[in-house]
Design a protein around this ligand. Structure first.
Ligand code: SF4
Length: 373
């Protein structure tokens, strides 16, 4: 059994990952349990050097628009679960969404992330056969020209197709865990397979996909190893983790919040196992300080840039750092300077997306060839 007290094997595993070799589950588990500061730093340093080999010093920014906080689901970890009377609720108008998207675009972001709870009001409109989210995507694309990521929850293939036809580039839908038992505790009444299948389907249609997990919500190291292999199976284009934070009015309200230690190790592990992919550092949890440590661990996207003065909320700490302008690209830029990093250009981001689409097209062709053999 490998363990923390075996520095030689830890160094071997880090060297192995850094040279592009696949880590064994046992090696991943070993690295996820690192406690020694020096060994952790060695892992982070390797993750940064892998990021630099693929992305240089370039970092991307995502603007975040949480346009409906209504949701039909009752996830036990989430402030916006349907049964929580303490959740701030709103549905923002298409005009305000568009106005905010333009503000975000003007501030230099690389992508607009359109997120909502699973709000039935934004479902397919049977009378007009229209899909409101697709209409919003179309307008944002026309007005800003930026790539758009959509997080509408689990939706069937025909709606994914409508989003894609409207110009959506990304479909984000976090599983939160790849342990089925824990999934049903976190997302009661929801289907593990449906959620996972929606991402395979989105990829098959040609959308880029983001997969994510919650850290510190009851998962074991074994579960995290399994998450890495499921993310590899999905061939996710963007992979993320976020530390669980107890939310008022929810069944998990009294749980002790975790430190970010595990999240940081997982970010570094994701960088080593997904060297050419996008890995977010969210402003949601610890704001600008939190960004610095996540970039230090190998992340290369700053998410949840939110303009002040419009009444928007974030997901994890819903009003944190928004109205004091600490979620703006200008403030994030200062952290990049401290870290010796810089914002990539829009062209850099588009180029990365284009390369990923080419890689996905080739792997789909390969799959078709195998199927006909
Ligand atoms: S996590 Fe998403 S699906 Fe679950 S209750 Fe919250 S908003 Fe709804």
């Amino acid at each position: 059994m490998l363990n923390d007290a075996d520095p030689g094997r830890i160094e071997d595993a880090i060297r192995k990952a850094r040279s592009g070799q696949r880590l064994s589950p046992e090696e991943i588990r070993m690295l996820l349990s690192l406690k020694d500061e020096g060994q952790r730093e060695m892992l982070f340093q390797s993750a940064r050097s892998v990021r630099s080999a693929y992305f240089g010093t370039k970092i991307f920014f995502y603007g975040f628009i949480y346009f409906s906080t209504y949701c039909k689901n009752d996830c036990t970890f989430c402030l916006f679960r349907t049964s929580n009377p303490l959740a701030p609720r709103y549905r923002k108008s298409a005009n305000l969404i568009l106005e905010t998207a333009k503000l975000i675009a003007d501030s230099g972001a690389h992508l607009i992330d359109l997120t909502m709870g699973e709000d039935p009001a934004y479902g397919m409109q049977t009378e007009t056969q229209s899909y409101p989210i697709a209409e919003i995507v179309r307008q944002i694309k026309t007005e800003t020209g930026l790539p758009v990521m959509v997080s509408p929850g689990v939706i069937p293939g025909d709606r994914l197709r409508l989003l894609m036809d409207a110009g959506a580039d990304w479909y984000a839908c976090y599983q939160e865990t790849h342990n089925r038992k824990l999934f049903h505790k976190l997302r009661p009444g929801q289907s593990y397979d449906e959620r996972l299948s929606a991402k395979f389907e989105a990829h098959r249609l040609g959308l880029l996909i983001e997969e994510g997990i919650l850290s510190g919500a009851g998962e074991t190291e074994e579960d995290l190893v399994h998450s890495i292999s499921t993310m590899q199976l999905l061939d996710a284009d963007q992979v993320r983790t976020m530390t669980f934070m107890p939310q008022r009015g929810t069944p998990m309200e009294t749980l002790r919040p975790d430190t970010s230690d595990r999240e940081l190790l997982f970010i570094a592990l994701m960088r080593l196992t997904f060297p050419d992919r996008l890995i977010p550092a969210s402003l949601d949890l610890r704001g600008l300080d939190g960004i610095e440590e996540r970039l230090h661990a190998g992340a290369n996207v700053v998410t949840s840039v939110i303009p002040p003065g419009k009444g928007w909320v974030g997901v994890v700490r819903n009003d944190f750092d928004i109205e004091n302008s600490n979620r703006t690209t200008q403030r994030v830029q200062r952290i990049l300077d401290i870290c010796g990093l810089q914002a990539g250009s829009r062209q850099d981001y588009l180029h990365w997306m284009e390369n990923r689409r080419i890689a996905l097209g080739k792997s789909r062709q390969g799959e078709r060839r195998c199927a006909t053999l």
